[in-house]
Design a protein around this ligand. Structure first.
Ligand SMILES: Cc1ncc(COP(=O)(O)O)c(C=O)c1O
Length: 418
């Protein structure tokens, strides 16, 4: 039964992948890139952990799930017996529309009928949105490009490559404030751009784009005719100021702007697999056409959980409080080592370990000597044209464990890296 439901969801994506492969002259596996976590497993090999293992690698929230999840699923359990509509429940779109309008103090309410689509978590949505964008934008002057901050979430490049676009990696380094430098983008590149991915707060650096930055990007999108795919899945995990969202920077019709949100981080529900896309209604209509034949639907009982989740802020505030406590620990224990500064958003530490031999070396050491599993920054980024890799000097540490484990891990980290 479980197998059948899993394959039902996986088959459309697999078919699309094979179709893409058939028309792609170079081997897609090499291009699409490999999971950073598989690469980490290979790096550490059979080496035993130096102390009882603590994983700070996968950004999988470990805080308790909200109390209402079980009862809501139980109340709707019979609905597992029906195929869900790809577009999602009207009540889900309404809950999302209200939440977006409230959270971002939008000038006009989001229209649930045309401006919201449910997603099976944002990963598949981000991947498929690149394919939809390539087909939706007006003909580009030159080979269509998809611009991707570097480092980045792997699904962006996978989508760009599956769409047969050129992925163009924009360095997001300490020098550029850990966000791509929009002023450095040449006009001929923008003229052939189909889509720009942005994550704010960013993963892994936790940088937050201000309203001026977002406004500049949406203005470029309208001028050059590309779509902004704005990944805002960390927008509720912040230390002081609520991050702005791309819909606040878009025009009244959200033209050329689509935002992606998820309950994975906001509500500690990475296993629920519910998120949404919202924004430009013309893009979303075209995206839905693709999704109707290719995307995994979202089980109806889980959409009901999401309705409850978007109607409740208390668990989100509690969640933020728990992350704050852990960043307080990092402030105390790590201090100003490894270029650490408390990030504006998200739940990662992005530590410069160039003095310790770089990210891979540090990740190996931390595992061998301290039993800590962290991700080498190189695995989250791609080489730039000049051969540099903006992640090479870094490790990413996910602050997802409880306070006691996180504190212990921070102490071990400092002990090994000095
Ligand atoms: C930047 C970013 N975007 C998207 C996702 C996908 O999350 P989900 O598919 O659970 O919504 C993640 C998950 O770690 C992420 O870090």
């Amino acid at each position: 039964m479980l197998f059948r439901s899993l394959t039902r969801r996986a088959v459309p994506l697999l078919t699309m992948y094979r179709m893409t492969r058939q028309f792609n002259s170079t081997p897609p596996r090499a291009q699409i890139g490999r999971s950073p976590f598989v690469r980490l497993r290979e790096l550490l090999g059979d080496t035993p952990p130096g102390k009882p293992a603590i994983s700070l690698a996968v950004g999988e929230p470990q805080h308790p799930i909200p109390d209402f999840v079980g009862p809501v699923i139980a109340a709707h359990v019979a609905e597992f017996g029906r195929y869900p509509m790809n577009k999602g429940l009207d009540a889900f779109a309404a809950a999302v529309g209200q939440w977006l309008t409230r959270r971002f103090a939008l000038e006009r309410p989001v229209d649930p009928a045309t401006e919201v689509l449910v997603l099976n978590g944002t990963r598949e949505g981000l991947f498929l949105a690149a394919l939809a964008a390539k087909n939706w934008v007006s003909p580009r002057s030159g080979r269509p490009a998809v611009l991707i901050p570097n480092p980045f979430y792997a699904a962006y490049a996978a989508g760009a490559i599956a769409a047969d676009c050129e992925p163009v990696y924009l360095p997001a380094t300490a020098k550029t404030g850990f966000l791509p430098d929009l002023d450095a983008l040449p006009g001929d590149l923008l003229a052939r751009t189909a889509a720009v991915f942005l994550a704010s707060p960013s993963n892994p650096q936790g940088a937050v784009a201000d309203l001026a930055y977002l406004t500049k990007l949406t203005a470029l999108a309208r001028r050059f005719g590309f779509v902004v795919l704005s990944d805002e899945c960390y927008c509720e995990i912040y230390t002081k100021h609520q991050p702005h969202g791309m819909l606040q920077a878009a025009g009244p019709d959200f033209e050329k702007v689509v935002v992606f949100h998820s309950l994975s981080k906001r509500s500690n529900l990475p296993g629920l697999r519910v998120g949404f896309a919202a924004g430009d209604r013309k893009f979303l209509a075209s995206f839905l056409e693709l999704r109707n034949v290719a995307a995994p639907q979202v089980p109806t009982p889980l959409q009901h959980v999401a309705i409850a989740a978007y109607g409740d802020e208390q668990h989100v505030e509690e969640n933020r409080r728990l992350y704050r406590e852990k960043f307080d620990l990092a402030d105390q224990i790590i201090g100003d080592r490894y270029g650490y500064r408390r990030p504006a958003g998200g739940f990662f530490l992005w530590l410069d370990v160039s003095a310790q031999g770089g990210g891979e070396k540090a990740a190996q050491l931390l595992w061998q000597k301290a039993g800590l599993r962290v991700v080498p920054g190189r695995y989250l980024a791609r080489e730039q044209a000049d051969g540099s890799n903006p992640g090479a000097d870094y490790i990413r540490v996910a602050m997802v464990q409880n306070n006691a484990i996180t504190g212990e891990a921070m102490h071990r980290l400092v002990e090994v890296l000095g």
